[in-house]
Design a protein around this ligand. Structure first.
Ligand SMILES: C[S@@+](CC[C@H](N)C(=O)[O-])C[C@H]1O[C@@H](n2cnc3c(N)ncnc32)[C@H](O)[C@@H]1O
Length: 327
């Protein structure tokens, strides 16, 4: 059973402002929660293209979303290849060599089954081989990072991606241990992480391995690099008036989303409610919400995993003056 509770389900799909006959992309299919809401709002002309790099998500979606027939196209790929993959689909309109879709959704991170199934190696609560790959055909595993990367690189990712204060001490414990024997399992790694954190600090702030496991997962899957590339591609692939809805789960992701969106609005000086950019600037997006939308208390009661979620929505502007005048 694939059981993932969809986060900000109504808010993220309402953010897309769905037209029944439009073409939409869910970059993070997962358990199909957002995809099924989008599909339920489409008519016979409407299409959803759903990406995931994990086979599990596809196996589940093939069954669960089968009633929608050819309204749904599944793409097993990293969303960093969004533009190339959309160009391959005949039914997606193209303009000046770019695909044109009406909305794109990202719900970042891992799904609950990926995390909860110990065998995938994402969880510090289960003993399993050190894997952590979302795409099981990818080469880089957590085992490789822990056993092969230089100690200072391990310290860097623990600090940058996990905000782990004791990153250097943990990296040193890992480097010392692997001289004796390779580190093979999540259980062994949890013990090494604990050994690198002073006893008093271990008793506060949740599970002592939480931050390091997050950091390793981000590094194994190059999550931030893929998101940056995917979000830039999304802005290029939106048709005028199309929306991007992005749910992030930690400050590193949210910062990337905020900065990328800002980089496409900052040169436009048109009023926010203006339907078309006429200032001659190169603005391509307008922000639908300046402050991120966060889950309600009711949602958090029902799904505590939604606690750190933030939703940002932006809309592609109509073509700017140069393009609108038929250049
Ligand atoms: C949080 S879950 C999505 C849950 C989904 N929105 C739902 O409601 O069921 C994130 C999913 O995105 C996938 N994913 C994460 N990063 C990806 C990437 N760069 N390319 C493709 N899929 C990715 C993961 O494999 C996972 O299945």
């Amino acid at each position: 059973m694939f059981h993932h509770i969809t986060v900000l389900k109504a808010e993220a799909t309402e953010g897309l402002s769905i037209k029944p006959g439009g073409i939409y992309v869910d970059c993070t299919l997962g358990g199909g929660g957002h995809s099924s809401v989008i599909l339920s709002k489409l008519n016979a002309e409407g299409r959803l293209i759903a990406f995931d790099q994990d086979d599990w998500a596809h196996e589940n979606a093939k069954e669960m979303l089968a009633p929608y027939g050819d309204r749904l196209t599944l793409v097993r790929s990293n969303f960093r290849h969004l533009q190339e993959k959309l160009l391959e689909l005949d039914f997606v309109p193209k303009y000046e060599g770019l695909p044109q879709v009406d909305g794109i959704l990202f719900d970042l991170g891992v799904s609950s089954p990926q995390f909860d199934e110990g065998e995938r190696g994402f969880s510090y609560n289960a003993d399993a081989p050190l894997d952590m790959r979302m795409d099981q055909s990818a080469e880089l595993t957590a085992r490789h990072i822990v056993n092969e990367w230089p100690e200072r690189e391990i310290a860097r990712i623990l600090f940058q991606y996990g905000e782990e204060k004791f990153s250097r001490r943990i990296a040193k414990v890992i480097a010392d241990q692997r001289q004796l024997a390779p580190i093979e399992t999540t259980g062994e790694l949890v013990e090494l992480i604990k050994a690198g954190i002073p006893a008093a600090a271990r008793r506060t702030g949740g599970h002592p391995a939480k931050r390091s496991f997050q950091a390793l997962r981000i590094a194994v899957n190059d999550e931030l690099g893929a998101f940056e590339e995917g979000l830039h591609a999304a802005v290029r692939c939106l048709a005028p008036g199309g929306r991007a809805s992005v749910i992030t789960f930690h400050s590193l992701e949210d910062r990337i989303c905020k900065q990328i969106f800002a980089s496409y609005v900052e040169k436009c000086t048109c009023p926010p409610d203006f339907p078309m950019c006429v200032c001659g600037g190169k603005g391509q997006l307008k922000l639908i919400n300046r402050k991120p939308i966060i889950p309600s208390e009711e949602e958090l009661e029902f799904n505590p995993r939604a606690r750190s979620a933030k939703l940002r929505v932006a809309e592609k502007l109509q073509y700017n003056v140069e393009t609108a005048e038929g250049k």
